[in-house]
Design a protein around this ligand. Structure first.
Ligand code: HPA
Length: 278
């Protein structure tokens, strides 16, 4: 680990997990990352403690105003969980090591299952604003790997296997919950770009041709870091806009917000249903 030949600054999640344990005595079994516009799930949680990221030494601090972020500890039903309300993104200037540190900390706190949520642009022509997508797999090829650098053997192996990154049983449960609630749910591949610029139309066509159904600026790197640790994953995207063939450009920002809010409520129903039956 302490090899000075490496230029990558390695971050050990354990000292951060220790700081959290010193503040709250709570053992989460589940972690949930709340994507933008999906913070409403926090209202459903019986909160035990909140820890702003700003109180944690060595933690990547978001510079973006209104993006401060905090861990929320509590219960959803009878499941003890930790929520990440706000994440940091590669486009903000963090290293990939920094970007995945918050999710690694949740895993080191004991969450052996993590649900990743995000807002994403739709590439599949059958999608529309408001489509919910169960993430089948990811394309992380367009962003640097968070595993570049010395391998931390305590977290996982040097060459982790990635053939089935999302848990088939959890995905099946998500579909069962969606069917029971009468909520439409697609299955698709999520592709991560660095951002902050949105994809150009030729890039959208390229990504769709490569097999991606949705594009966003988070999540795939978290998938790589968490599967490295052997964490059981479920992923859900809320399609907020169409990144491809979007000829309907007269949609107003208010309409998009409305769609995102309404879709966010359906997404929260699904996550609650899965957690109740997990
Ligand atoms: N691209 C990247 N990220 C996004 C998009 C998009 O089109 N929509 C929402 N998040």
């Amino acid at each position: 680990m302490e090899d000075t030949n490496y230029k990558i600054k390695v971050i050990d999640p354990d000292p951060i997990a220790e700081q959290i344990r010193a503040k709250v005595s709570f053992a989460p079994r589940l972690g949930i990352v709340l994507g933008s516009g999906l913070g409403g799930l926090a209202d459903e949680v019986e909160v035990v403690a909140r820890i702003p990221y700003s109180e944690l030494e060595g933690f990547p601090q978001s510079t973006v105003e209104g993006h401060k972020g905090e861990y929320i500890f509590g219960y959803l039903g009878d499941v003890p969980l930790v929520l990440m309300n706000g994440r940091v993104h590669y486009y903000e200037g963090y290293t990939m090591q920094e970007v995945v540190t918050p999710v690694r900390v949740m895993a080191r706190l004991g969450a052996d299952t993590i649900i990743l949520t995000n807002a994403a642009g739709g590439l599949n022509e059958s999608y529309h604003p408001g489509t919910l997508m169960c993430i089948e797999s990811v394309i992380s090829t367009f962003v640097p790997s968070p595993l570049i650098g010395p391998n931390d053997d305590k977290l996982g192996v040097r060459f982790p296997e990635m053939s089935e990154v999302f848990d088939p049983k959890l995905r099946a449960l998500l579909h069962k919950v969606a069917d029971e609630a009468g909520i439409e749910l697609e299955d698709g591949v999520y592709l991560q770009i660095t951002g902050p610029a949105y994809e150009t139309p030729p890039e959208s066509r390229l990504f769709a041709a490569l097999g991606a159904d949705a594009v966003g600026m988070s999540t795939a790197c978290e998938v790589i870091a968490l599967r490295h640790m052997g964490i059981r994953l479920l992923g859900l995207s809320c399609i907020t806009d169409l990144a491809i063939n979007n000829e309907n450009t007269n949609t107003t920002h208010e309409e998009i917000q409305k769609i995102a809010n309404e879709a966010g409520r359906r997404l929260i129903t699904l996550v609650k249903g899965v957690v109740a039956q997990m």
